[in-house]
Design a protein around this ligand. Structure first.
Ligand code: AMP
Ligand code: MG
Length: 522
């Protein structure tokens, strides 16, 4: 084995293992994980690697070209002195208790230490585990490309997220019914190697009290504090409360970032909520095109639309309630946990307002800003407006030339004639208020613009752009994956050579599967 990785396994060394080694689907009790060996891929090949993550793990570009690397990141070979495992967790899915879920198609290889940082390395789509339930443990190319590109894009946008190391083809065919409408077909199988400080989720904790197993719950919470929240000190009742407070704060920070960049997760079930406040499990996520609080990319959630853009901060709170219930047996008092939930409820609107102020380039806090933001949201919603283009171009507005507003943000409107006609008065009025508000600010025009441009990205992984990369990749052409990967490393830079990606969704993509409509099929 040529790869020199500093292996530092803790999760599978310090936590209780499932004693059964057979890879059969089952309920796993009093254990945090089950040992499992990745499936041998039929004909693995590497599509792309993240240079930043190679570096973070202490690997070089040359390492990534070796057969050892390919074998490890596709599950063909297990790293020496490691014991891969699937994590056991439960979850609330779409508001309902779903019981045991677990890593049905994720296999943790090992934990690596480099430059005083710890990374858990995991393969997604590497075969079945005791938690695969009725599914096959595999992943297809389209969803793997989406997870691969979006993880790194989110990181570079400054949004807390899990990361990726590589994207590969397994060489196997995988059967999927993309829209769950009775049309299954074979697709290319793929494997993403993902990396995070930890892949623990809210559901990792929920599972134990649901079975009356407070002992394992305590073991896992103590482990989490010791390894990931060590600044809180040795576990005690007070420290459990402080731990919950930190998780609540990190989760709020994460979701406010989502609102800032227009990201909709799509499946905010408690098994998809990281205990470290990272964006995790990129499934049917999407990016706002037309600004719309009611939009969800997830067609599986079409009836109830639980996970809409505008409800995300509230859904984080709902999920935090489930986590509070889960750790309650360790605290034995509802009041301190409720106080943290109450604090989230009252703080999240302020956090949102602060974020919206920053998107508008407002530094001074004025109480009337709430109305300015609300009016903007209403009118943005009435006019089909591209969120990314609108906020990015807004920075070009001159304080004293607000009647020029249409030439500044007009490119963002899908129906410009409507804006000039029916909605003209509303927009004029908003821009009048906005310009008056800008006059109170002290920053000069250029500085405001520069600052807004660090908050409002120019480039995001637009739904149709990801689909273009997927369509090419299906034909064996990976150039667009590489182009987007590089483009999205600098989402706040102008990058004039990539101007074509600063464009509204084309009409062909409006109702195309994979662009605005995504199911959980992956
Ligand atoms: P998700 O909504 O994608 O986060 O997945 C919910 C649960 O279903 C998790 O326990 C996953 O591991 C499991 N799961 C999703 N897809 C598959 C699959 N193809 N094979 C096995 N388990 C899966
Ligand atoms: Mg998941």
């Amino acid at each position: 084995m040529a790869l020199k990785l500093k292996i530092k396994d803790r999760f599978n060394k310090e936590l209780p293992a499932d004693p059964i080694l057979e890879n059969s689907r089952r309920q796993v009790k009093e254990a945090c994980f089950s040992y499992v060996t990745p499936k041998t891929p039929g004909n693995p090949s590497l599509i792309h690697t993240s240079p930043e993550m190679l570096d973070n793990l202490g690997l070089s570009e040359d390492d990534s070209q070796t057969t050892d690397f390919l074998n490890v990141v596709t599950g063909a070979e297990v790293l020496p002195n490691t014991k891969p495992y699937a994590m056991c967790y439960a979850g609330h899915q779409f508001g309902n208790w779903a019981g045991q879920l677990g890593d049905g198609r994720a296999i943790n290889l090992t934990e690596i230490e480099h430059n005083n940082k710890r990374w858990a390395l995991q393969l997604k789509g590497a075969g079945e585990t005791p938690y695969s339930r009725t599914a096959d443990g595999l992943a297809v190319l389209r969803s793997s490309i989406r997870e691969y590109l979006c993880s790194e894009a989110m990181y570079h946008l400054g949004v807390p997220t899990t990361r990726v190391l590589s994207l590969s083809l397994s060489g196997d065919q995988v059967l999927r019914d993309v829209m769950y409408n009775g049309n299954p077909d074979y697709e290319k199988g793929a494997i993403v190697s993902r990396v995070a400080e930890s892949f623990l989720r809210f559901g990792s904790y929920e599972i134990f009290p649901s079975r009356g197993d407070v002992k394992t719950l305590k073991t896992l919470v103590d482990y989490t504090i010791k390894n990931h929240y060590s600044h809180l000190g040795d576990p005690s009742k007070d420290v459990y409360v402080a731990f919950f407070k930190d998780v609540a704060e990190r989760s709020m920070e994460m979701v406010i970032h989502w609102q800032r960049v227009g990201f909709v997760h799509g499946v905010m079930n408690t098994d998809n909520m990281s205990i470290l406040g990272l964006t995790i499990d990129y499934g049917p996520y999407g990016w706002l095109e037309g600004y719309d609080h009611g939009w969800t990319p997830n067609t599986t959630d079409n009836t109830n639309k639980r996970y809409r853009y505008g409800t995300q901060p509230q859904l984080v709170l709902w999920n935090l309630y489930q986590l509070a219930n889960a750790i309650y047996p360790l605290v034995d008092e509802a009041e301190p946990l409720e106080a943290i939930l109450d604090a989230y409820r009252s703080e999240v609107d302020f956090a949102y307002l602060r974020m919206m102020r920053s998107k508008l380039g407002l530094k001074i806090e004025d109480e009337k800003d709430v109305h300015l933001v609300e009016e903007l949201e209403t009118i943005l919603q009435l006019s089909e407006t591209d969120m990314t283009i609108f906020f990015r171009n807004l920075a070009n507005l001159k304080k004293t030339e607000t009647n020029e507003w249409f030439s500044v943000v007009g490119k963002a409107f899908y129906e410009p004639s409507e804006i000039k006609d029916a909605l003209k008065g509303k927009w004029e009025n908003w821009f009048k208020n906005y310009s008056e508000r800008l006059l109170v600010e002290t920053l000069d025009e250029e500085d405001r613009k520069a600052e807004m441009n660090t908050i409002n990205p120019k480039y995001v992984l637009r739904n149709y752009i990801a689909q273009l990369a997927i369509d090419d990749a299906d034909k064996g052409n990976y150039e667009l994956i590489d182009e987007l990967f590089n483009l999205l490393k600098k989402p706040y830079d102008e990058q004039p050579e990539y101007e074509k990606w600063f464009a509204k969704r084309p009409e062909w993509a409006r109702n195309k599967v994979g662009c605005s409509m995504l199911s959980c099929s992956s």
